[in-house]
Design a protein around this ligand. Sequence first.
Ligand code: GDP
Ligand code: MN
Length: 609
Amino acid sequence: MSTPTIATSIGSPPDHERLLVWVEHIAELTAPEQIHWCDGSEEEHELLRERLVEAGTLVRRADAVRPNSYLARSDPADASSVEDRTFVCAARERDAGPMNNWRAPRRMRQTLSALFRGSMRGRTMYVVPFALGPSASDLCRVGVQLTDSAYVAGLLRTMTRMGRPALDALGEHGYFVPCVHSVGRPLLDGADDVPWPCDPENRCIAHFPNTRAVWSYGSGYAANALLSRRCVGLRIASVIARDEGWLAEHMLLLKLTSPEGTVKYVAGAFPSACGKTNLSMLIPTLPGWRVETIGDDIAWMKFGPDGRLRAINPEAGWFGIASEISYESNPNAMAAIERDAIFTNCALTDEGDVWWGGKTPEPPEHLIDWQGNDWSPDCGRPAAHPEAYFAAPAARCPSIAPEWEDPAGVPIDAILFGGRHSGVVPLVREAFDWSHGVFFGATMSSETGATRGGTPGELRFDPFGMRDSCGYHMADYFAHWLRIGQQTDPGKLPKIFHVNWFRKDPETGRFLWPGYGENVRVLAWIFRRCEGRASARETPIGLTPDPTRLDLSGLDLSPERAERVLEVDEAELRAELPVLGDHLARFCGRLPTELRDEFRSLERRLERA
Ligand code: GDP
Ligand code: MN
């Protein structure tokens, strides 16, 4: 291969030897026409967007309806995440565990070399340094993504502390996670570009936990191309956290203030599409209670000098699936994207605004759909892609807590686990202790919906909501959680709870619990438990509120229904044990003894019951 000469370089390369050498090495492999060193400035952001508008990738929304916002339409063949082409390339297959796709590192390196050779020809390679977490935090970590997509560089600007803050955190010798991304469509001999370049046939996302590197090829779709999030923020971070003794989690973070003005902080892990964003932005229906948002998707947690677990939100923006928010269900999220937002694969209204199914109770008479075609309510096609998404700066959310960027993090009082369960699982229960709580996390599951793949109603185990996001063997990750519980005085550990907003009346098929803003009633009980002020009844699966202790004032919920949503049906729970046993058996001899013991104790408690 002949070494390409890099014609131009935009911006100034930082004073960081390892970074410079690596960038040169990747430029030799991918052969871009020029290199752009990103500084994260507003001018640079403007420039990126101008280029994208010129290329037809972004279309600016009417300022009157949605100021400073843009819509992108992807190639229809590149409109969703590719879990089956996402790999954890641990040295040995048994170290990736049963929940990851594995490839031998050597073989994957060969595949990647072939894919990336010359893949940026005719394009600009953006060098995008990004900080996860406030740069003054000792939990701040830096990644650098090399990408030939201005669209992805722009998303990184919205979702992370990109450019200057990252370089400052990096200094001259700081550590960074190397990420390489190419859309995989070189521009040969001055060929014309397309609005959404990609190579869908060959999409591939590879993680190397040993060298902590990420490579992504062939896609511009955020879930595959924005490597700060799932790839670094969770998969690689989980490996770093294991090695350094902290936690990188798929969790929301919220601040809860009681009517007396006392504050508690809550973290919560639910699988995707199970209500993290909604809970973190909840508008309480109980007078005097207040919920403020710190994060809606990722939490990094580490013990502080006071022995309490402290959490930061490593991101700097909101990213979500559009179809999961609406003015009715999540007004705070809707307000957060009112301006300065980037939308992808949404539909377009005649007024120049974006739209997706569910955004408003009734669809408009006419739209331009996500592929640019005319759309009417009776045309039989969805107007927006089901996985259409938005990204917007964090500060725009009206419920954001003032301390959301506190470098010291916030001290966590309670951790919630949850999922979608139409049957047996009660509204809320508290773990007896830390290892019982880890058992909650390890056995977390959710009934899959029709929207995100899978058979509707089928139970999918998703330990800690990390099934698709853990960079190493899931059973070792359980062991790591158990070890964390040994690192401080038990009295300083957060209390652990399991919640389920989705129990249904078997006769009507309707939700028993109103959910959303009413979930504050459950948060209030959790708050009082943390204060030691609320009673609970002991059941075989944990401590549940006495129905009289759950504040149901002003709620149109009959006492029988309240009893049903909290009910612990021992016969039904016993019937579920074999499925739970099968799930745990997948981890074979690697399952920590404590969790084996937890399962046996559960069996015994249910036998006795
Ligand atoms: P995330 O992917 O975990 O952040 O989940 P979201 O907060 O975006 O919510 C996913 C879906 O669950 C949305 O369609 C919500 O409307 C729905 N949802 C969220 N909270 C509740 C709730 O308390 N009750 C019910 N019934 N649905 C909810
Ligand atoms: Mn979310």
